[in-house]
Design a binder for this molecule. Structure first.
Ligand SMILES: [Zn+2]
Length: 259
């Protein structure tokens, strides 16, 4: 397609590339992609750090679900310091290092010392007779760019499910400012999925009176509901519905605001 305009910078897109809406690293696929006429090359590259921010939160879940890395590489986690996970000939293998010094990991690389408050994984080993059990905790969604990445996905789905013309309307300038520059505060509602399956999609639009207002989609074990109105005017209604349907559990809104 020629003569398009980018939904992010609103410039012409003579040189755009296919943009995967859900990053491949978390299990996105080619069916959910925007053509080069909708996202320019500069924005595709310039906003890739937000895709990485989402992928960083999902790295362990995507590893467990055997989501392949870039260009079909086997799944692996190597950016968490004290935690290394790779697929070895014997199967998925992980090293957790809870020491204060680096130790060799199972694959010959190095697992760094454990530091709390970082992206490190806090693991616990319990030994009960001849059985050992490792449990670990991981923070999710607290990275500062995570909501921007989720909002980028939601807005891309609007262009995909409705049409790019709609996404270029001035009423979405607040979304553009937030995603591109981090201007303003926006939220995302997260809902746990009942099944234990790791999968991505489908996505749906919530509209009324022909206005597109919110997008819902799934990544891994979580459903996201993102209010795309300028001032997030639908969020109170969404939160009310969630309270009515599920009570206080099974859903949350990020970023968590302190009272
Ligand atoms: Zn652009």
């Amino acid at each position: 397609m020629a003569n398009g305009k980018c939904i992010w910078c609103l410039c012409d897109t003579p040189d755009g590339h296919l943009e995967h809406i859900i990053p491949l690293a978390v299990g996105g696929f080619d069916e959910f992609a925007l053509p080069g006429s909708v996202v320019c090359k500069a924005c595709n590259n310039g906003l890739a750090h937000l895709d990485r921010a989402v992928a960083d939160e999902y790295d362990t879940a995507a590893f467990m679900a055997r989501v392949s890395g870039r260009k079909g590489k086997p799944p692996a986690v190597r950016s968490r310091g004290n935690f290394v996970a790779t697929i070895e000939p014997t199967g998925p293998t992980m090293t957790f290092n809870m020491e204060r010094f680096a130790v060799p990991a199972h694959d010959g690389s190095s697992a760094g010392p454990y530091r709390s408050g970082s992206r490190n994984i806090n693991a616990k080993l319990e030994i009960d007779g001849s059985a050992a059990r490792i449990s670990f905790k991981q923070e999710f969604g607290s990275g500062p760019k995570f909501i921007r990445g989720i909002t980028k996905i939601a807005f891309s789905f609007l262009a995909f499910l409705k049409d790019p013309m709609t996404a270029r309307e001035p009423k979405y300038d607040a979304i553009r400012q937030f995603v591109r520059y981090g201007v303003g505060v926006r939220h995302a509602m997260l809902l746990g999925c009942d099944d234990r399956e790791y999968r991505c999609g489908p996505a749906s639009l919530h509209s009324s009176e022909s206005e597109e207002q919110a997008v819902q989609f799934r990544i891994g074990h979580t459903d996201y509901l993102v209010d795309l109105t300028e001032r997030e005017s639908l969020m109170p209604m969404f939160e009310h519905t969630m309270h009515e349907t599920y009570g206080a559990n099974g859903w949350t809104v990020l970023p968590i605001t302190s009272p």
